[in-house]
Ligand binder design. Structure first.
Ligand SMILES: Nc1ncnc2c1ncn2[C@@H]1O[C@H](COP(=O)(O)OP(=O)(O)O)[C@@H](O)[C@H]1O
Ligand SMILES: [Mg+2]
Length: 414
């Protein structure tokens, strides 16, 4: 029986609130887990940015990465550490880099998901490139934008093929509005996607490893109210469809932390945006759901670190396509995809690990979110985003919602 230390690194950019909570709860847990004949302890610190020798080792077992979808130096350090030092990281940096929204639409259409009809149109403008002129003059066919719009059907959404954060997204009602949107779109490569309208419910389903949380989402509300505090009363069998959809997407693309947006129209859930592999984790957006996020993150990273889970570096899509290519009804196919996801996320092992070793986690999180450290973490995040005169107001608003979560979720033993 050896004493083993597992190091977890947090690779961070602007994140402020959840890392403080994560570190503090881990400290309070004071874990010494008996696993595989060893006693495992954990240490967490923050990954720094510096020059590195490609052959130098890494001190981390697991990195929770929130930075490398836009910050290249850290992404390339992570890739090196995965390839050369056996590092486990979520999310998989190669899967984030190469799988934009467009790939996710095509792949999930291939699996039979009810993605709204979507076209792509060549961009209005280009960055200059040596062969651009000759290529376009030879091969770019004039096209009738109105006709493409009518094929998709109005209203539609024009949005970048690799979009995020609502940049360049517009809702288009008719041909004239489409021409205006296209003229204003610059170098964006645009999808034109049929609007899921009318719809009677909009949800985001957050997936963290095998854990999910479904939240009704209100895109028309101000930022701090977009995540609502309820799940929209989704009936049980529909909930299962959304969870299975999210788990299918996440396991397919190797995203262990991702959120999936879906809209319900005539009883059918249509996923519209599910390539979000660095989902919002701030208390200022998640408020009521923030303690869940901190808990889910701790559970999954501790499981990966303690069990030395093997990182799936290459994505293997054929098993999904084998199911997709059968004649089974879509509901059966989805259940088949979800079964692959359960296995890839080691759902059974994860649940038994949590039951055996992390029984006190819920109680620690519940107690922690009543402390001045937790309050201060909320306040600090608010202070970076809100004007001075609103800091008290919004700190108290988010704090009150966290307290509501505590009231609704008392730990089983307390
Ligand atoms: N097909 C659609 N039907 C209805 N609403 C849509 C559709 N596509 C986008 N939207 C709306 O536009 C918002 C931004 O689009 P989205 O695809 O989520 O882009 P981003 O990746 O930038 O978040 C969505 O949250 C939703 O409110
Ligand atoms: Mg979105």
């Amino acid at each position: 029986m050896a004493d083993v230390l597992r190091r977890i690194g947090l690779s961070l950019g602007a994140d402020l609130c959840w890392p403080t909570c994560y570190e503090e709860v881990l400290r309070r847990l004071d874990l010494a887990i008996d696993h595989g004949g060893d006693t495992i302890r954990f240490e967490v610190d923050r990954v720094t940015i510096e020059p590195f020798d490609l052959r130098q080792g890494s001190r981390y077992d697991v990195v929770v990465d929130r930075l490398t979808h836009w910050y290249t130096t850290s992404r390339e350090w992570i890739k090196k550490a995965v390839l050369m030092d056996g590092l486990y990281v979520f999310n998989n940096p190669w899967a984030i880099q190469s799988m934009e929204k467009h790939t996710s639409y095509c792949a999930m259409m291939r699996l039979g998901m009810p993605i709204p009809d979507t076209w792509i149109v060549p961009p209005k403008a280009y960055e200059p490139k040596p062969d651009l002129e000759i290529t376009l003059s030879r091969y770019a066919r004039l096209f009738d934008l109105d006709e493409v719009g009518r094929s998709v059907g109005f209203p539609l959404f024009a949005k970048p093929y690799d979009g995020g954060g609502w940049a360049g997204v517009s809702r288009v009602d008719d041909e004239a509005a489409l021409r205006r949107a296209y003229d204003d779109s610059g170098t964006y490569l645009l999808h034109l996607q049929r609007a899921v309208e009318p719809h009677d419910l909009f949800v985001r389903c957050i997936g963290f490893g095998p854990q999910t949380r479904l939240v009704r989402y209100d895109p028309s509300a101000p930022l701090h109210d977009r995540y609502t505090m309820d799940d929209g009363g989704v009936p049980e069998e529909q909930r299962q469809t959304i969870v299975d959809t999210t788990m299918t997407i996440n396991s397919f693309f190797g995203w262990e932390f991702n959120s999936c947006e879906a809209l319900r129209q005539d009883g059918t859930w249509r996923p519209i945006d599910f390539a979000n592999a660095c989902p919002d984790s701030q208390v200022t957006s998640l408020h009521y759901h923030f303690p869940w996020l901190v808990t889910a993150n701790l559970r999954w990273s501790l499981f990966c670190a303690a069990t030395k889970r093997t990182m799936r570096v290459n994505l293997d899509w054929q098993p999904y396509f084998d199911i997709a290519d059968t004649d089974a009804p879509y509901a059966d196919k989805l259940a088949g995809y979800a079964a692959i996801a359960r296995e890839r996320f080691q759902t059974d092992e994860f649940e038994s690990f949590c039951a055996t070793h992390l029984g006190h986690l819920d109680g620690e999180v519940w107690a922690f979110f009543d402390t001045p450290i937790a309050y201060d973490a909320v306040r600090q995040k608010v202070a970076t985003l809100f004007p001075n005169h609103e800091v008290d107001l919004f700190t108290d608003l988010f704090w009150e919602r966290i307290q509501r979560w505590r009231t609704d979720n008392p730990p089983a033993d307390g």
